[in-house]
Write a protein that binds this ligand. Structure first.
Ligand code: ASP
Ligand code: MG
Length: 413
């Protein structure tokens, strides 16, 4: 039997300077010395990707997707090369690979490509030859042999996909936070670190603005039932959080976490004629324009006219607003209103499926703090309230207390 494969990912802060890279190299060396075959996926150093984005903007507001990806992919390649050198310097044989060299194939949607398959031959051959394999995250190769990138924050996705492809036991994500908390500790100082959390819960939290993990990475974990450890790259002895399959229901059904998303704009189309096909006429053009529509609420119609409200991210708000004004004119609808000062507060927990009263408790707590709810949306394990952005922080704090998230729970394992 061959030695177990460890797949680790180190984020931008963890490889932000040459000293930090050397520190990561020492950690990897220790793991390799323990007998594991190690694959390390790396992000670009520090704020490198932001600087590359800014450089592109200095040249043109509309860079071609292909060239933009070629530029952004360079950041991770620098990290991979330097980390391989750092390992070599420690006497640990290592090889740095680009996403393409590592066999990460994607579709050709530049800037937000999806991984289509991973051919692991080269990785396996290198590991068989006793090399630690360092792979540039966030990137792959298109069917036309061009660089692609997976969307900002995408190296988490690279790591989990690679871990699944080589049949590792789990993916280890090392980052500047030491785990997943009940909510962002910068918002609520009483937030607690979770010992573990179910894939579905993490997916909802990540999709609703909890910045710890890229939602697509969690999706792959869920799909392949591949546990993901989130832990600190600086404090080695601190236990992290394990994202994994729900093994048993909590002793008491509880809310597991609260997410706050401040990147929310609301668009309302007033007095839309209420007849079949209207929603398709509104949301079709938005989808065609690549605008990602989130929460949608259609109010009960009065006199066969209805108000339609939905949320989008800030960077798509202006485009969505323009499009909706055209569509509203075509449909004979009323005014289109843009509100850029919204925030989304979500409570998440698989226990909500079987419990009752979560919504009532949430709304009561918000009302008690005089937080006005503008829109509500739910999934089986999530309730989201859209509120004014000035109320977002307060809403999180009030809900954290109302659902007793500052109190320890028995771990599920
Ligand atoms: N360097 C890329 C970014 O900043 C990918 C990543 O760090 O995950 O978005
Ligand atoms: Mg990142």
């Amino acid at each position: 039997m061959s030695a177990p494969i460890t797949v680790q990912k180190y984020g931008g802060t963890s490889v932000g300077t040459s000293e930090r890279l050397q520190n990561v190299a020492r950690r990897i060396a220790a793991r390799a010395a323990g007998g594991d075959r190690v694959i390390a996926v790396v992000s670009a150093m520090g704020k490198t990707t932001d600087s590359l984005v800014a450089l592109a903007r200095e040249i043109t507001p509309n860079p071609a997707g292909r060239e933009y990806d070629m530029l952004l992919a360079s950041g991770e390649i620098v990290s991979a090369a330097l980390l391989a050198m750092a390992l070599d310097a420690l006497g640990v044989p290592a090889i740095g690979l680009t996403g393409a060299q590592a066999g990460v194939f994607t579709d050709d949607t530049h800037n937000r490509a999806r991984i289509t398959r991973i051919e692991t031959d080269r990785i396996m051959t290198a590991m068989d030859a006793g090399q630690v394999v360092i792979i540039a995250g966030f990137q792959g190769i298109s069917p036309h042999s061009d660089f692609t990138t997976l969307g900002r924050g995408g190296s988490d996705t690279s790591a989990v996909a690679l871990a699944a492809a080589v049949h590792a036991q789990r993916a280890e994500i090392y980052t500047d936070v030491d785990g997943v908390y009940t909510t962002d500790p910068r918002i609520e100082p009483n937030a607690r670190k979770l010992h573990d959390i179910a894939y579905e819960e993490m997916l909802e939290l990540a999709s609703q603005g909890a910045g710890v993990m890229h939602p697509r990475a969690v999706e792959i974990g869920l799909l392949y039932d591949l546990p993901i450890l989130v832990a600190s790259s600086f404090k080695e002895d601190l236990p992290g959080t394990l994202i994994r399959k729900q093994v048993q229901m909590e002793p008491s059904n509880r809310v597991r976490g609260i997410a706050l998303d401040r990147d929310v704009a609301l668009i309302t189309i007033r007095a839309v004629p209420d007849r079949p096909g209207i929603a398709a006429q509104v949301f079709g053009p938005l989808a065609d324009a690549g605008i990602n529509v989130d929460t949608i609420v259609q109010n009960a119609s009065a006199a066969r006219l209805t108000d339609l409200t939905f949320s989008v991210a800030h960077d798509q708000a202006a485009a969505a607003h323009d499009l909706c004004r055209q569509v509203a004119a075509d449909l004979g609808a009323g005014a289109v209103i843009l509100d850029e000062h919204a925030a989304k507060v979500s409570i998440v927990g698989t226990g909500m499926q079987s419990g009752v009263g979560y919504a009532a408790k949430m709304f009561r707590a918000l009302a008690g703090a005089s937080v006005n709810i503008e829109l509500i949306s739910t999934s089986e394990i999530r309730i989201t309230a859209i509120v004014h952005e000035d109320d977002g922080r307060k809403a999180v704090q009030v809900l954290h207390a109302a659902f007793e998230l500052d109190e320890p729970v028995t771990a599920t394992s």
